[in-house]
Design a protein around this ligand. Structure first.
Ligand SMILES: Cc1cc2nc3c(=O)[nH]c(=O)nc-3n(C[C@H](O)[C@H](O)[C@H](O)COP(=O)(O)OP(=O)(O)OC[C@H]3O[C@@H](n4cnc5c(N)ncnc54)[C@H](O)[C@@H]3O)c2cc1C
Length: 454
């Protein structure tokens, strides 16, 4: 039997396709990377179907690329070597919300919007950490790529919030990771050897996660956004340090862009939350006092007239700060997620500006401060998708920004294949060898999202 017929046997004819019209959308993503060939798209509904597809792929030596929302912008879900795109959106059940133990167990296709809405309707006092990505992206895809959300500066990156998973290994066995391997509760990863690291950050090269438990957090009744601005880039590191030392915020990001002129400053946006208005007031005043006294005063100004529309965008969950980016005609957008030590931000800012200008672009950055130890520094580039020259320039600017990130001692988050290569070139050889051995052990036929972390 040919592969197409075998896939139909597994999931039924409505959930498999090899038609060019349907494969078109899976052969590219919204970023600046090149489109690539896809042979089949399959939409499983059950873990057994995933298992059967994986077993078939091993037999036929066909690559499988797991796909959630497909919005990393770095083409991580566009197959490098053709084969099957395993679109997980059909597995969309919220299996459990355990209120008292504060976690949710979701299937791989559950979107950020679905979990957020479900919690709002049924558990309005609980929330999960929501990335600033389109609402269709998945909870699982985001956690697996070490994403971050609107409460990450308070609680950590979203992969730290994983309590456990169910995974179909590349050889077809179903494996449970974390407390769910020994208990009915999906409430913690330890105390056990922490096997979740075999699947986090691997870009779907070590298995297909079918279920995942994510931590939930208290959702205070009140939230407010405040903004401070400065023109002195060299103050950024100390300002971040002082703000994080106070330890009172929920979200904290920096934003700037060259146009319009009023945006051409460094804005520190701080979101505070509280169970009473009094608590919020106290927090706001504490931050105002901090900046009044900072470096002798007057260096970082409180933005008195934050436009209500902008304030709303910042307070939205997810915050829509990226919407402020300099979107050009043609609608293309990609950013390099530089994870930088906080003290490298001023240098990244200056050199990033040089790169943007070299390629005839305007600078725009959104950075989220991650617990104060590091910052996700987004070198943002918008481009005209219909103009091949513009797309090429963007690719070059992205590559230079990636090189700059490494020069500054940082790392590229959710990097496309080129950025992964730069990472592997710099990696300690024994670490690179260990990655290779783990990969070989789990995926002896090399079927899982090949080309990534090679
Ligand atoms: C405007 C914009 C703003 C953004 N802001 C943020 C932000 O604030 N924070 C943030 O974290 N991200 C952000 N992103 C990046 C990205 O959209 C998100 O991280 C998103 O949550 C990724 O999830 P996804 O479902 O799209 O993953 P996908 O792109 O589908 O998958 C990501 C990777 O995980 C693998 N994968 C997916 N599902 C599985 C599975 N079930 N099993 C095994 N492997 C799997 C894929 O093969 C791929 O390698 C933003 C993107 C855009 C476009």
């Amino acid at each position: 039997m040919d592969v197409y017929s075998s896939l139909i046997n597994i999931v039924g004819k409505d959930r498999v396709s090899n038609s060019q019209e349907e494969l078109f959308i899976y052969s590219r993503d919204p970023g600046a990377q090149h489109p690539r060939k896809v042979d089949y798209v399959v939409m499983p509904k059950t873990v057994e179907e995933v298992q059967k597809v994986v077993i078939l792929a091993n037999k036929e030596k066909i690559p499988i690329t797991p796909l959630g929302g497909g919005f990393t912008l770095s083409a991580l879900v566009v197959p490098n070597k053709g084969g099957i795109v395993l679109d997980m959106k059909g597995m969309d059940k919220i299996i459990e919300v355990n209120e008292k133990n504060r976690y949710a167990v979701v299937e791989a296709g559950v979107s950020q919007a679905a979990l957020k809405t479900y919690l709002e309707q049924n558990y309005p006092h609980l929330q999960h950490s929501t990335p600033e990505a389109p609402p269709t992206v998945t909870v699982v895809g985001n956690a697996l790529i070490q994403g971050h959300g609107h409460i990450s500066p308070r609680y950590g990156v979203n992969s730290d919030m994983i309590n456990g998973m169910e995974v179909v290994l590349p050889t077809g066995e179903v494996c449970k990771i974390g407390s769910c391997s020994v208990s009915p509760y999906w409430f913690t990863r330890g105390p056990l050897p922490d096997l979740s690291g075999l699947f986090i950050g691997w870009f779907g090269t070590t298995g297909v996660v079918t279920k995942l438990s994510i931590k939930l957090y208290p959702k205070p009744r009140y939230r407010e956004a405040m903004a401070f601005s400065t023109d002195d880039i060299d103050l950024i590191t100390d300002a971040i340090f002082e703000v994080m030392q106070l330890d009172l915020l929920e979200d904290f990001f920096l934003i700037t862009q060259e146009k319009p002129d009023w945006m051409n400053h460094v804005f520190f946006v701080i979101i505070v939350s509280g169970h009473s208005k009094k608590e919020i007031e106290l927090k706001i005043n504490t931050y105002k006092n901090l900046f009044q006294a900072f470096k002798g005063g007057d260096k970082v100004k409180f933005v008195e007239d934050l436009h209500p529309a902008l304030e709303k965008r910042f307070l939205d969950v997810p915050p829509l700060a990226a919407l402020a980016a300099d979107f050009r005609k043609g609608g293309g957008f990609e950013y390099t997620g530089a994870i930088l030590p906080v003290d490298k931000v001023p240098e990244a800012w200056r050199k990033g500006m040089e790169i943007a200008h070299k390629y005839g672009m305007l600078c725009s950055y959104v950075h989220q401060v991650l617990m104060g130890n590091s910052i996700m520094f987004g070198f943002n580039y918008s481009f005209n998708r219909a103009d091949e020259e513009d797309v090429k320039k963007t690719r070059k600017a992205l590559e230079e920004s990636n090189r700059l990130t490494f020069e500054l001692g940082g790392m590229v988050w959710k990097g496309e294949v080129g950025a992964q290569k730069l990472t592997m070139e710099r990696m300690d050889p024994n670490t690179a060898e260990l990655i290779k051995k783990v990969k070989m052990l789990l995926d002896p036929n090399g079927i899982m999202n090949p080309g990534n972390w090679d």
